[in-house]
Ligand binder design. Sequence first.
Ligand SMILES: O=c1ccn([C@@H]2O[C@H](COP(=O)(O)O)[C@@H](O)[C@H]2O)c(=O)[nH]1
Length: 234
Amino acid sequence: MSCQTPVVVALDFEQQNQALNLVSQLDPALCRLKVGKEMFTHFGPQFVQQLQQRNFDVFLDLKFHDIPNTVAKAVKAAADLGVWMVNVHASGGSKMMSAARESLVSYGTDKPHLIAVTVLTSMEQADLTELGITLTPAQQVLKLAALTQQAGLDGVVCSAQEATLLKQQCGKDFMLVTPGIRPASSSQDDQKRVMTPAQAVVAGVDYMVIGRPITKAAQPLDALHAIVREISNA
Ligand SMILES: O=c1ccn([C@@H]2O[C@H](COP(=O)(O)O)[C@@H](O)[C@H]2O)c(=O)[nH]1
């Protein structure tokens, strides 16, 4: 059965067995899984394959950002690995994003979703100012999302705080994938632009990436079930 919820659990663990312990309690109908830089650097494509063998859709969150040729080949390698979703940084520009999209043409309908990171959810106004960006986070997200859509990608990573504006600008089919999701009782950690699962549903996000509120909970499965309940009640 394909996944019935928008939840993507971020597997950010130092040890493979910590991640697999959690995964063995999860159901692919309840959530998808995200593998990011920490676990991919430690454990590589074999780790992704182990998750796929357990029938999970995997979002490979490596946020590629390089010259167009290199990013295109990295995205193609992700497609060969059979991941459900892969991403690049929108700030790599439209040539880079177009090259990434073109590298997937030969996969037809078997291609992974290709999305681009706009402004990291850990960033706020002061972080943009430090980089010489004078726009607000929401304005910068809208600008990078427009570039992403023009390059033919499937959607963006953004904060749920920008979801309503983005759906107005880009249309309902442009996929919004939102980290920085925090149930009301959870610590914000290093995230700055956050929303609760219920607020994110109302804002219209397509997928919610959630890590520590689940993985660091005393009872991760209970935490996941509470989030899924909050989402279905919203
Ligand atoms: O803008 C972004 C892009 C990616 N992430 C990643 O999502 C998870 C969030 O984990 P939490 O523990 O729920 O904070 C993490 O793997 C990040 O690398 C992001 O947070 N923001």
